[in-house]
Ligand binder design. Structure first.
Ligand SMILES: [Zn+2]
Ligand SMILES: [Zn+2]
Length: 109
C-alpha cells in the first residue's frame, strides 16, 4: 500500500534504539528510510549508510495517526489521500494533507 510511505518502518530510533518521541527525523537519502530520534539527529549521529549531511524530513507520529486512523475518515477520503500522497510525495503528507483535508473537504461536508 502506498500509504506506508507516510509511516516510519519502525517506531524506534535506528541509532540508539530508543522509542521515538512524537517528532522524529527521517532521512530522505538512505535507501531504507532511516529514522533517527531528535537527540541522535541533533548530535549529528551517523550509521553505516547514513551521513549527517543527508537530506531529511521532520515527521510527527501523532499527525500521521490522526490522518490515517482518525474516526472521521471514510474509505473514499482515504483513497483521495492516497492519490494526493502519490501526487505530491510523502515528504509533505504530514502537514500538507492535514491542512488540506481538515480545512478543505472535511470541514465543508
Ligand atoms: Zn536515537
Ligand atoms: Zn541518510
Amino acid at each position: 500500500m502506498e500509504i506506508d510511505d507516510c509511516q516510519p518502518p519502525a517506531e524506534i530510533c535506528q541509532k540508539c534504539r530508543e522509542a521515538l518521541n512524537e517528532r522524529f527525523i527521517k532521512c530522505t537519502q538512505c535507501p531504507n528510510s532511516l529514522i533517527l530520534c531528535l537527540k541522535c539527529f541533533s548530535q549529528g549521529e551517523e550509521l553505516e549508510s547514513h551521513d549527517n549531511s543527508h537530506d531529511y524530513e521532520v515527521h510527527s507520529k501523532n499527525s500521521v495517526r490522526l490522518m490515517l486512523f482518525g474516526d472521521r475518515w471514510t474509505v473514499e477520503e482515504e483513497s483521495s489521500l492516497l492519490e494526493a500522497v502519490e501526487h505530491f510525495g510523502f515528504g509533505k503528507c504530514e502537514e500538507h494533507y492535514l491542512l488540506y483535508y481538515v480545512d478543505g473537504s472535511i470541514g465543508k461536508s
